[in-house]
Design a binder for this molecule. Structure first.
Ligand code: GLC
Length: 569
């Protein structure tokens, strides 16, 4: 007899075979999009020898928006410390914090003016040490954001570089510019910044232009200069010695640019024929400012620094997560090769980049398998479904699919990365042009800002249904609060059996299962609407995850879908 199940979007969290048998009726009644079965098989179990991070659940905190202790409407470290038990409650092993270093905040901390100092807005070194102490007690590891590509223009290094101080003169990419036919000074070439417009800005004091691949207040450091490399490696050493478990490396593809030619010029980048707007970053193919082969070497050197620290300090391995956002072939190179260790977690943005509201099961399957099939032997997969630069899951893929996506995230093999608020189903907040603060939005115009601004997924976290969602006791928040916070918040969702939060927690509970930690994976589209995932391991329960991506009843013959399914109890 084939095993047949009929779904009108059914949900099951932690289903033991017994629970599954008793609750089939209940399952069919829940609004939703997913089902998960645990099946029993015989034979002996497999041994594990995994490093701590290999099946870890990571959580990104965007500190400005997490929780505020002093009423200024901006989140801070004291409140992260206070809320660490919440991370424990949802089963998080490690949290990566967007930058908390001294910064003029032109790009909300990604413009660092002192890489080894905590910004006063977020607290003090002592606050950070308290955070770390409590995190250690609770077993939550702290990962810092490391921004090697650029500093702030208010960083001492840049200020000295402007003055041509011999030590810092060549820390940044300076150029005298060119004289145009009509006698005016123009940038040396056509390079465009990620935040629109020329990537070169004139500096009156030095009488040269400098390169910035992001904001003009984020000058690019030059990695050909060994002093720059060494100083940035010292930054890693400094924070590891203070106790962080690793780093997320920011904007990796941009670290190197092509070298200047014999005449002191940088080549123009070719046009992208698909984009007409000369202000837009997408107007050019960034063949000279992204993915240069030397970048890989620098990142491998960063890993080497951590390996040396591992040896020196003993204890658990320190890790690197990397924001690469390139083609999958390039991303795979960052895993390293047979002779050199790369980063443990080159962020996998495939699901983020290629899925939208109209994607069907075949595309889900293709995108997932692409990563699994491309990974070099012995490396660990990771899945990133959101971050502070991207529209939230509920907005991007549909509010009905929030649980479905969390199910995917928690049952695929390897590392899961959740952006704060995705576990309670927060969605993007519409923000007017007047209230927009993100430089990527602000440097555009009222017509285009909505497609560029990253403010909508960065709004304050919803702790409860009280004053300002429990985010702050003050009367203002740095970005507007979502209107739905009375319905979508931690406090309320704790009390609702199948809230997003409780579904997330139950899925998280499953991650102790040996099969989900060590098991094999088979992912396939059963039809356009249903994605099937089989996780199996000899001697352990087999898990079959079925995601009903759309909103129709579906009948599935599981035995016809996956080979060798053990009997359902
Ligand atoms: C990364 C960050 C983004 C920042 C940029 C420049 O992409 O995620 O928020 O604006 O780097 O540092």
């Amino acid at each position: 007899m084939p095993t047949r199940f009929i779904y009108k979007s059914a949900i099951c969290g932690n289903i033991t075979p017994q629970y599954c048998a008793q609750s089939k009726q209940t399952m069919l009644n829940f609004l939703n999009v997913l089902a998960l079965f645990a099946l029993l098989s015989a034979a002996a179990g497999a041994a594990t020898g995994q490093a701590w991070w290999e099946t870890a659940s990571f959580y990104q905190i965007y500190p400005r928006s997490f929780k505020d202790s002093d009423g200024n409407g901006i989140g801070d470290l004291k409140c992260i410390t206070q809320q660490l038990p919440y991370l424990k409650e949802i089963g998080i092993d490690a949290t990566w914090l967007s930058p908390i270093f001294t910064s003029p905040m032109a790009d909300f901390g990604y413009d660092v003016s002192n890489f080894t100092e905590i910004d006063k807005l977020y607290g003090t070194l002592e606050d950070f040490q308290e955070l770390l102490a409590k995190a250690n007690q609770l077993g939550v590891r702290i990962i810092f954001d490391f921004v090697p590509n650029h500093s702030s223009d208010e960083c001492e290094w840049f200020i000295k570089s402007v003055k041509s101080d011999p030590e810092y003169k060549d820390f940044y990419i300076w150029h005298p510019g060119k004289i145009s036919e009509n006698g005016t000074r123009v940038p040396p070439n056509n390079w465009i910044s990620n935040f629109r417009g020329s990537a070169w800005t004139w500096n009156e004091d030095r009488e040269e232009v400098y390169l910035h691949q992001f904001h003009a207040k984020q000058p690019d450091l030059i990695y050909n200069n060994p002093k720059v490399r060494e100083l940035m490696k010292d930054v890693l050493r400094y924070w590891v010695r203070l106790g962080v478990a690793g780093f997320r490396i920011d904007a990796v593809p941009h670290i190197y640019e092509v070298a200047v030619d014999a005449d002191g010029n940088y080549p123009d980048e070719p046009r992208n024929p698909e984009v007409d707007n000369p202000e837009s970053y997408l107007y050019l193919e960034h063949i000279y400012t992204r993915d240069q082969p030397e970048t890989l070497e620098v990142v491998f050197e960063f890993r080497q620094v951590l390996k040396e620290l591992d040896e020196e300090l003993g204890g658990d391995e320190h890790i690197l997560m990397a924001e690469i956002c390139s083609s999958i072939d390039v991303e795979m190179q960052y895993y390293g090769n047979t002779t050199t260790d790369g980063v443990q977690i080159p962020f996998n943005f495939e699901l983020l980049n290629y899925l939208d509201q109209d994607s069907n099961g075949y595309l889900y399957s293709e995108v997932i398998n692409k990563w699994l099939d491309s990974m070099p032997e012995g490396r660990v997969a990771n899945w990133v479904l959101g971050n502070h630069d991207q529209s939230r899951i509920g907005t991007r893929l549909g509010a009905d699919r929030i649980d479905l996506i969390n199910l995917l995230l928690k049952t695929l093999p390897g590392v899961s990365v959740t952006y704060q608020g995705e576990e309670i189903g927060m969605t993007d907040v519409w923000i007017s042009w007047e209230d927009t603060v993100d430089p990527q939005g602000c440097q555009s115009n009222p017509e285009e800002y909505q497609s560029l601004s990253r403010d909508p997924p960065r709004t304050p976290f919803h702790w409860n249904d009280g004053h300002k969602a429990g985010f702050t006791e003050g009367n203002t928040t740095w970005l507007p609060l979502a209107e739905d916070y009375r319905l979508v918040n931690v406090k309320r969702e704790r009390g609702i059996a199948y809230s997003h939060l409780n579904v997330y927690k139950r899925l998280q509970d499953l991650r102790v299962e040996k099969t989900l930690r060590d098991g094999e994976t088979e992912v396939k589209a059963i039809n356009a609407n249903i994605l099937g995932i089989k996780r199996y391991l000899t001697g352990e329960r087999t898990f079959v995850v079925l995601l009903n991506i759309n909103n129709a009843f579906e009948t599935i013959d599981l035995n016809a879908t996956f080979n060798d399914l053990p009997n359902v109890l």
